[in-house]
Design a protein around this ligand. Sequence first.
Ligand code: SF4
Length: 363
Amino acid sequence: MARKLAGAALAPFRRKLLAWYRSAKRDLPWRRTRDPYRIWLAEIMLQQTRVAAVIPYYERFLDRFPTMESLAHASIESVLRLWSGLGYYSRARNLHRAAQEIVARHASQFPRDWDAALALPGIGRYTAAAILSIAYNERHAVLDGNVARVFARLDAIRGDLRAPRRWQALETRAQELLAQRAPGDWNQATMELGATVCLPKAPRCNACPVRPWCRAAALGIAEELPAARKKLRTVRVTLAAAVFLDPRGRTLVLRSNAAEAALFSRLWQFPAVEAGGDPRKALASHLKSEFGLRDLSFEPAGDSRHSVTFRQIRLAAFLVRVKSLPRVAGAKTPKLGDLHHLPISNATRKIAGQVRLLLSRRR
Ligand code: SF4
């Protein structure tokens, strides 16, 4: 059976994995550059988001903001607009704030120093290690869920990997295994192995370059590791939203407040309320109490589904036709068809889509 990787076995293990990475890696736009700005942007976009979804956003973003300065000097509205649809909008806000700090304090260069990188908004240990190793060849090992799974299988580690002491031990192990001469490629190789070969449910051990060193494969327990984590209970929520429409095709959107931030990410949204019972009644009462609006007529535009982390949300959209849009402080009144010019979340996009479908059926 494979022994725990150490000593003389480390060199051939590293050589094999690096050689595999260099020949088998996917050709991704952020792998064609060593520019720290571009690598940073890719790492932020890739947090919680699939590679295929990131590519078009990454390219559009760089067309519009090709340099650190151009991002730092842009308005947050224009940054959010380009991020619109990618989700987790705090990433875009932090990116923008960090770009301003980097221009002000680091001469427009992403800092090479570990503590300075970690001090920036939106940069955690994983992201700092990825950027510094890939852009500057600094010796910091990455550890996220994917990489932890690979190492847990290599060493046949049982139990919940996110338990603090186990995670700390994995961080130490990741640093031990790091190829000192090529930390950037090494980190990308471990990520690539986790993403394409050492898959969560069905690891492709027969195609794996490091199988000879893998204890889980030798023990026949690769698929059992890592141990499943306890899932958060799913919470079901109904959200009723009012899509106002005046005779000129204009609608009304607001900035979501802190309570709605999880769903609308503090972007522009239709007036909406969480409904415990009948969504139409809840919406009527919300519009009356919040904005003093009465005697509105609500046309149901159907439901759509949306999920945010552990919340499953039913979006109940209502078309509210009015002669003139209500005056609400801080609101915007774009044409319904022009809503995509504003930073909006996917939930708002779905609600608008439901109403547009209703209107197209009426024509
Ligand atoms: Fe993962 Fe299988 Fe490779 Fe081990 S041999 S690292 S379990 S893919």
